[in-house]
Write a new protein. Structure first.
Length: 323
């Protein structure tokens, strides 16, 4: 069956329009296999291990490459490689994680996708976040881009001032067009020094764009020779002014982290959550089901991840200098 599915072009795929349609259409494995195979091999089967296009079917969803003789499934060589969770659970998680303005916790995925183990739901969701993160980080913002740095997380008890020892410094970049926000990017920062901001700009903003910031002294050297720079002057307002478009997005981000994740996201996983939010925000105006299909395509494109990669490394909390 794998070859028959893979030989069907992906063009014209109609995504489900609602959660109810998803459950009705993709509650068993066969249609899930068909959908993922069409997304992965729109022009026909190609072995992900040797690159040849010939195979024979062994059983539903499993083929043997006639060149390298290895067994291949639709998840072979992807971030889903070796999954024990049913494909219907993956599709359910992708739908829930990409619903506009929503996001989802591992506990909800476990309940709504009928996954027995919380750990399985957690690992599934983090593999999905890895895939979404790779998709987000593959594209940069351009044009006029509002930037700022914000502190996310809980304030540490007994820490004076901003309480930065219990919070994480995050750079925010918002692509602006005619006064309206477009796409968004986030990046964890070790500090708000010019070198750290410049590294974020290199990763997330196209050279030649125009960065719009407040009067923080680190921005001019961070932008020099890389992007243009325009300052939102806060003197007339008698205090610090947030660049256009940043404040409402940060407010949505904080509400999601608190409401869905109880403000418990650790620093070693925070970048994935930020990229998940960015993916969902970037697709907020898509027709129903399009963000879901983009998430499935990301799953098909992302390489396998080890347990150690999923767990991540602990990073020391950044310090933000006084402004």
């Amino acid at each position: 069956m794998l070859l028959a599915l893979a030989d069907t072009p992906a063009a014209g795929l109609t995504p489900p329009q609602s959660w109810a349609e998803l459950v009705e259409a993709y509650s068993v494995e066969t249609p899930c296999l068909a959908l993922l195979a069409q997304l992965r091999w729109p022009n026909g089967f190609v072995c992900p291990l040797c690159g040849r296009a010939s195979a024979t079917n062994l059983r539903e969803g499993v083929a043997r490459c006639l060149n390298c003789r290895r067994r291949v499934t639709v998840t072979t060589g992807t971030v889903m490689h070796g999954t024990k969770a049913p494909l219907s659970a993956w599709l359910a998680a992708a739908w829930l994680a990409t619903e506009p303005g929503r996001g989802v916790s591992a506990r909800e995925v476990q309940q709504r996708a009928s996954i027995y183990s919380y750990q399985t739901a957690w690992m599934l969701l983090h593999r999905l976040r890895l895939a979404l993160s790779a998709t987000v980080q593959a594209t940069k913002l351009s044009g006029e881009v509002s930037v700022d740095e914000v502190l996310l997380g809980r304030r540490s008890a007994g820490v004076p001032g901003r309480g930065v020892l219990g919070q994480r410094l995050v750079a925010v970049a918002v692509e602006m067009s005619h006064g309206e926000p477009g796409r968004v990017r986030f990046g964890l920062l070790p500090d708000a020094a010019p070198s750290s901001l410049r590294g974020f700009f290199r990763r997330c903003i196209e050279a030649g764009s125009v960065v719009v910031s407040d009067t923080w002294a680190a921005y001019p050297p961070a932008c020099a020779g890389l992007t243009g720079h325009r300052v939102v002057d806060d003197a007339a307002a008698g205090g610090r002014v947030c660049p256009p478009g940043v404040a409402p997005i940060v407010r949505q981000l904080n509400e999601w982290l608190v409401r869905t994740h109880q403000a418990s996201v650790g620093v070693k996983h925070l970048q994935r959550y930020l990229d998940e939010f960015a993916f969902r925000f970037d697709h907020r105006d898509d027709p129903p089901g399009q963000a879901f299909m983009a998430a499935l395509a990301a799953l098909m494109a992302a390489p396998p991840a080890s347990y150690q990669e999923l767990m991540g490394d602990v990073v020391a909390p950044p310090q933000k200098p006084d402004r």
